[in-house]
Ligand binder design. Structure first.
Ligand code: CDV
Length: 312
């Protein structure tokens, strides 16, 4: 048996702070049309795909921050993505900053949606692992204020039946945490779509800089293999407003092998025919959770209060 979902991972190059959404959307439409030309069922875009990565700046006016957020989806500016996808009979995954009116208040999330071929939002995810800091830290060459500008996502890690399989999403820093993949793995996920904005330089730990690409590979390949799932990681890459970001947009098989990867730091599409049935041999053997996992043993460890302190 084979269940093929052809995926286009649509890497975006830098987006300038003053680049209008209409210009970004036209870049995204060009990639969508290329994806259709390659027979794709889905085109996946990066985290916060519609604007520059604004948490790198400390803003004091809420209005300046909210200018980067979407108050409705679709909006007049994003509707062309929905319309063209429907016309082309292709689905898409889109990351954006979401301003929601919920529980009687304004809430802000770092969000992704998966839109099916009919234009319906089949799945929504709000980023759980927000990296960086909540306070202005002037010593840094650039800020990472996700903890100030977003709330922790309140939807968990949901999966949905779509595109003939079981689909899930996560966003950027989530990909470094094994819990992300395992929570979806336990729900039988067969393909995880994720976008990222990853600066090459890590101000609190510059000794990690030379390993940025390696850590990107390591996390996504391990997540795929250990849960028997496809993983599609899509970068916003290149030199954005003076900050270098990694690329390496890629599609990873349930074996953990990368089967397609972008080679530039600009707008670029890479494509793979993903057989969702390749997940089966991993999910039914090495990572047959029902047979081999031992959650009762993990409980003993979780019960311990905190880590053992390192020796003096
Ligand atoms: N946008 C992100 O979540 N970026 C983080 C950086 C700050 C390390 C990442 O994990 O790639």
């Amino acid at each position: 048996m084979s269940r093929i979902v052809t995926v286009g991972a649509a890497q975006l190059g830098p987006i300038a702070r003053d680049e209008p959404r209409a210009s970004v959307v036209s870049r995204m439409l060009a990639l969508m049309q290329q994806a259709k030309g390659h027979g794709c069922d889905i085109v996946a875009y990066p985290e916060l795909a519609l604007t520059t990565f604004f948490p790198r700046w400390h803003f004091t006016e809420q209005g300046q921050i909210d200018a980067f957020f979407e108050k409705e989806m679709p909006s007049a500016e994003t509707e062309p993505l929905f319309a063209e996808a429907k016309r082309l009979d292709i689905g898409f995954m889109l990351g954006y900053a979401e301003l929601a009116q919920e529980d009687g208040r304004t809430r802000r999330f770092n969000t992704s949606i998966l839109v099916d071929k009919t234009g319906r939002i089949a799945l929504k995810y709000r980023k759980v692992h927000l990296p960086g800091h909540a306070d202005h830290q002037p010593w840094r060459p650039f800020q990472h204020l996700e903890k100030a500008y977003f709330e922790v996502g309140n939807l968990g890690f949901p999966v949905a039946r779509a595109f003939g399989g079981i689909m899930g999403m996560c966003i950027c820093n989530d990909r470094r945490w094994p819990e992300t993949y395992r929570v979806m793995g336990l729900q039988g996920v067969e393909m995880i779509l994720l976008g990222y904005n990853t600066p090459l330089h890590n101000p609190p730990a510059p000794e990690h800089d030379a390993l940025s690409n390696f850590h990107n590979q390591l996390s996504m390949q391990a997540g795929a293999y250990q849960n028997g799932t496809w993983v599609v990681g899509v970068a916003k890459a290149g030199n954005e407003e003076g900050v270098l970001h990694i690329g390496q947009t890629q599609i990873i098989a349930p074996s953990g092998e990368t089967v397609a990867m972008c080679t530039t730091l600009g707008d670029e599409l890479c494509v793979a025919r993903c057989d969702l049935d390749l997940t089966k041999s991993y999910k039914s053997t090495t990572f047959n959770f029902a047979v081999h996992r031992q959650p009762q043993a993990y409980g003993l460890i979780v019960e311990r209060k905190g880590a053992i302190p390192p020796p003096e």
